[in-house]
Design a binder for this molecule. Structure first.
Ligand SMILES: Cc1ncc(COP(=O)(O)O)c(C=O)c1O
Length: 441
């Protein structure tokens, strides 16, 4: 950070004008709109902001990925002119099944592992299938708060949405609530991320067991978004083939899609490659209602030929090779991806300490009886301020974050993403948070 004199708080007139010109409400501003606003403020005032609004990797990709892409492109002249198979290249499908065995300890087959353009495409098609399988079962239930873009997908697909807030419901209370909502007979899919974006709560094995039983009982599909697989750093899930294994619903039901993204665990966000694992018990199941949307009533075929083909017709092959190489290296112990990602936990621990010692509180502070883990994100609040009001004051001190309302909770606060924090920025963060604390009184 380059500021020599301390310019905070910034004057409000430029911020007010910028908010007015953009026509945004800080309580519900989207991440993209906020990014534009922060860029504008940063340029105008000539200062660097803490860009806590971005949920992007802050680590370099392991060289295994890019080097594999270059290698396959150099060695195979026909690669760029060859369409990829819709359901993925055999090498990646095989490596993916092995990765799932080694890190989740579940048995799936290469045919169950479908590469997608990021977890985004996996979430999109998973919802399209889950919400269209059975007439009337067209609602996606989220365990909120959650990733705002999944909610845009639900809307885009013309599906309905319902929400259960993890703040209020954990353990048996959560299971009872799900039982109650599932019995309304309109829920097609249940979507969650664990570790959770934005709160970093992590569902316990016992909760997943209960959820799995309910998914089976009501024939609802669980969409388990493992964008942050293994990143509950309280536990070491990183030794291939050895317990403890990442908790997953797939141990308790056949009704699941697991989404595994390369973006965060391998810092490979730019190459847009992820995986959806379709449960072997679900793959060949027939649902006549699917025929209204796809040319088949077989679920796995609907996913591939009705979902992947008409949207992107597959995933570019070089990132598929890169992901395969990363999976292979993780499985044979050559690349300890979670050891590298641990840095995020350390950044969160130190950033939390700064906020908490200056009048801020963690909003989602309890993880079913345990303190919330340190990871990619955490949530803060201050007194009775809304998320938008708090964000406004933070911006005056060169700190950005996202208001929690857009993540599907009614609780007021701001999400902090620590991924981009560097070692040499903690002193400056402390100065700004301390000044903000004094300013707010
Ligand atoms: C919970 C969750 N799911 C999915 C994604 C998107 O992942 P991808 O980059 O693979 O599309 C993110 C990214 O922030 C996320 O937080």
């Amino acid at each position: 950070m380059k500021n020599n004199i301390f310019p905070f708080p910034l004057d409000t007139s430029f911020l007010d004008k910028a908010i007015q010109n953009a026509g945004v409400d800080l309580n519900i501003i989207s991440i993209r709109e906020l990014t534009r606003l922060v860029d504008e403020l940063s340029l105008h005032h000539g200062i660097d902001f803490f860009r806590f609004e971005f949920g992007i990797p802050g680590l370099k990709a392991e060289r295994i990925g890019p080097e594999e892409e270059i290698r396959v492109l150099t060695n195979d002249e026909m690669l760029p002119s060859t369409y990829p198979p819709f359901d993925g290249i055999p090498r990646l499908k095989k490596a993916a099944a092995l990765f799932v065995k080694k890190f989740l300890n579940i048995e799936v087959f290469p045919e169950n592992c479908i590469p997608t353009i990021g977890a985004m495409q996996g979430g999109f098609i998973s919802q399209a299938i889950a919400g269209r399988r059975r007439e009337g079962y067209d609602t996606i239930l989220y365990l909120d708060p959650g990733f705002p873009v999944n909610k845009l997908q639900t809307k885009f697909l013309g599906l309905k949405a319902e929400s259960v807030d993890l703040y209020d419901y954990r353990g048996t209370k959560l299971l009872n609530r799900l039982d109650q909502i599932f019995s309304s007979r309109k829920i097609g899919g249940l979507l969650w991320s664990s570790p959770n974006n934005p709160t970093w709560t992590c569902l316990k094995e016992k909760e997943l067991e209960g959820i799995g039983n309910l998914l089976t009982e009501y024939d609802v599909i669980g969409i388990e978004d493992s964008a942050y697989l293994g990143m509950d750093f309280r536990v070491n899930y990183g030794i291939p083939g050895e317990p403890p294994f990442q908790p997953t619903v797939s141990r308790y039901t056949d009704n699941y899609f697991i989404i595994i993204s390369s973006s965060k665990i391998f810092s490979y966000a730019g190459q847009r490659v992820a995986l959806t694992v379709i449960s072997p018990g679900l793959m060949d199941r027939r649902y006549p209602n699917l025929k209204r949307y796809y040319n088949t009533d077989i679920l796995g075929r609907a996913f591939i030929h009705g979902g992947i083909y008409p949207t992107t017709a597959g995933v570019p092959q070089t990132p598929q090779h890169a992901l395969a190489a990363l999976f292979e290296a993780a499985c044979n112990g050559k690349y300890d991806f979670l050891k590298k990602a641990c840095k995020y936990g350390e950044r969160a621990r130190r950033a939390k300490e700064i906020f908490l010692s200056h009048g801020f509180n963690l909003l989602y502070d309890d993880d079913f009886g345990e303190p919330i883990a340190d990871g990619f994100y955490f949530t803060i609040f201050r007194g009775k301020m809304t998320g938008g009001e708090l964000l406004y004051q933070m911006l005056l001190f060169g700190i950005a974050g996202i208001p929690l309302r857009i993540t599907g909770t009614v609780r007021e606060g701001v999400r902090i993403c620590v991924s981009l924090l560097n070692e040499n920025q903690f002193d400056e963060l402390k100065k700004r948070v301390s000044a903000l604390d004094e300013f707010l009184g």
